[in-house]
Write a protein that binds this ligand. Structure first.
Ligand code: CTP
Length: 400
C-alpha cells in the first residue's frame, strides 16, 4: 500500500479520537494519510496530535493563505486515492447531501473526483432521525459509500445504532477500497453469490431456519469484488453489516432468493454459499398459531419442498453462468457426499466443508475443492483466507 494515500476528514464528534488510532493503523499498512480537521473536530482532537501521528501538515481553513499556497483545496481533494470522512457527523452528511461548500471539508467533498467513504458516528436518535436517514439514502444514490455504524452503548449513555464501527473494520474497508483493482483478473466479469440462511415462515412470528452466519458467503463476495468482479450478493438475514463495493439484495425465503438470483442473470460466475432451507411450511398461517392449538394437537407440520437454487441455475438453458460453484455442508463422509452432490446438482465445482465442529458461525473453515477431475484439499484457515483461495482459483479458471 506504500503508493496509496487517503484524505481523512475528521468531523466534530466524540468518536474523533478513534480517527487518531485509524491514522496509526493505516500508517502501519503503509498508507499515507493527510487530514482535514473541521472546526468541530478541533474541539475533540488537536491539529498538533493529528500532525504528529500522520507526519503530515493538517488542513483546516478554506481561506487560509498559507494552506492555499501550500496546496490549493481543489488539488487537496484530488491528489488522493480515496476521501474518508471519519467520524461523519450528521452535520457533515447533511452538508454533503445538500452540496454546501462553506468550509474546507464540505468544499473538498464537493470538489473531489475521487471515491468517498463516510463512516458515521452519532447519537442513536440523531442516527434514526428521518432527516439523517434521508441524507444517507441520497448520499448512496450520489455514489458515496456510507458504512453502517455499530450498535451498542454510546458515550452519551444511550444504546442503539450510531457507534463508530471498530477501527479495524474501518481500516479493512479502506484497504479494500485501495486494493480494489480496476484491472484485476476478474475485471469485466460478473458474479452472483448467495449467502446466509433462508427463513421460512410458519406464522407471522415463527419460522424455520438454520445456523448459517453468512460469514463465508460474504467473504467470498468480497474476495471476488477485490479481484475486480462486479458482484451481486443475495443474502438471507444475517448479523453482518452490508458489505460495500457490490450490489446487495436482501431476501428472506428460498423462493425470494431464487427470484433475486434469476434477476441478476446473465452472470459469468455463480457461487451458491447460502444454507437454503430445503423445506417450507405448506400453508403458513396469516395469524399467530396459538399455543393452545399446539397442546390440542397441531399435528404434523406439513411441508413442501423449496426450489433447489443451485440445481436450477446449473441446468438453465442459455443463461447458465460459465462457472457454477456449490457448497456441500456435511457432518460426515464429506468428500463422498460432495462428489455425489456435484453430479446431482450439475454444477462445475463443489466446495466441501465439514460442519461437524464450530464451523457454522465460527471464523474458520476447512474445505476441499471437488471438481470432476479431482479433489484439492486445503488446510483449516480463516474464512477470509478460504474466500481468497477460492476467488483466486475462480480467476485462474477464466485465464485458461
Ligand atoms: N442449495 C440450493 N438450494 C437449496 C438447497 C441447497 O441452492 N434448496 C445449494 C446450497 O447453496 C449449496 C448446495 O446446494 O451450494 C448444497 O447444499 P446442502 O445443504 O449441503 O445440500 P442439500 O441439497 O440440502 O442436500 P442434503 O441436505 O441432503 O445434504
Amino acid at each position: 500500500m506504500s503508493d496509496k494515500s487517503i484524505l481523512l476528514i475528521i468531523g466534530g464528534g466524540i468518536a474523533a479520537y478513534k480517527s487518531l488510532e485509524l491514522t496509526r493503523e493505516l500508517g502501519r499498512s503503509g498508507v499515507r494519510t493527510r487530514c482535514i480537521l473541521t472546526n468541530g473536530g478541533k474541539e475533540f482532537v488537536t491539529p498538533l496530535t493529528v500532525s504528529a501521528l500522520t507526519g503530515e501538515k493538517v488542513f483546516s481553513e478554506l481561506f487560509d493563505l498559507d494552506d492555499e499556497a501550500d496546496m490549493g483545496h481543489i488539488q487537496l481533494s484530488r491528489s488522493t486515492d480515496l476521501v474518508v470522512v471519519c467520524p461523519a457527523t450528521a452535520d457533515l452528511m447533511a452538508k454533503a447531501t445538500a452540496g454546501l461548500a462553506n468550509d474546507l471539508a464540505s468544499t473538498t467533498l464537493l470538489a473531489t473526483d475521487k471515491p468517498v467513504l463516510m463512516v458515521p458516528a452519532m447519537n442513536v436518535r440523531m442516527w434514526e432521525h428521518p432527516a439523517t436517514q434521508r441524507n444517507i439514502r441520497q448520499l448512496r444514490l450520489d455514489g458515496v459509500e456510507v458504512m453502517e455504524p455499530d450498535v451498542g452503548d454510546m458515550a452519551c449513555g444511550e444504546f442503539g445504532p450510531g457507534r463508530l464501527p471498530e477501527v479495524s473494520r474501518i481500516k479493512d474497508e479502506i484497504l479494500d477500497h485501495l486494493a480494489r483493482p480496476e484491472d484485476g483478473p476478474l475485471s469485466g466479469k460478473t458474479a452472483i453469490v448467495t449467502a446466509g440462511p433462508t427463513r421460512e415462515a410458519l406464522d407471522p412470528v415463527r419460522y424455520i431456519s438454520n445456523h448459517s452466519s453468512g460469514k463465508q458467503g460474504y467473504a467470498i463476495a468480497t474476495a471476488l469484488a477485490r479481484l475486480g468482479a462486479d458482484v451481486t450478493l443475495v443474502s438471507g438475514p444475517t448479523a453482518i453489516p452490508q458489505p460495500s463495493g457490490m450490489n446487495f439484495v436482501q431476501i428472506e425465503t428460498a423462493v425470494e432468493m431464487l427470484d433475486a438470483v434469476k434477476k441478476g442473470l446473465p452472470s459469468d460466475i455463480f457461487v451458491s454459499v447460502a444454507a437454503v432451507a430445503d423445506w417450507r411450511p405448506a400453508e403458513p398461517s396469516d395469524i399467530k398459531i396459538k399455543a393452545k392449538t399446539t397442546k390440542d394437537g397441531l399435528g404434523a407440520l406439513s411441508l413442501v419442498e423449496n426450489p433447489d437454487i443451485l440445481k436450477t441455475i446449473s441446468h438453465l438453458k442459455g443463461k447458465r453462468p460459465k462457472l457454477v460453484v456449490g457448497f456441500a455442508a456435511e457432518t460426515n463422509d464429506v468428500e463422498n457426499h460432495a462428489q455425489g452432490k456435484l453430479e446431482r446438482k450439475g454444477c462445475d465445482w463443489i466446495v466441501a466443508n465439514d460442519v461437524s465442529g464450530d464451523v457454522m458461525g465460527g471464523s474458520e473453515n476447512e474445505i476441499a475443492l471437488v471438481k470432476r477431475d479431482g479433489i484439492e484439499r486445503l488446510p483449516r484457515m480463516d474464512k477470509a483466507a478460504v474466500a481468497q483461495n477460492l476467488a483466486k482459483r475462480i480467476a485462474e479458471s477464466f485465464e485458461s
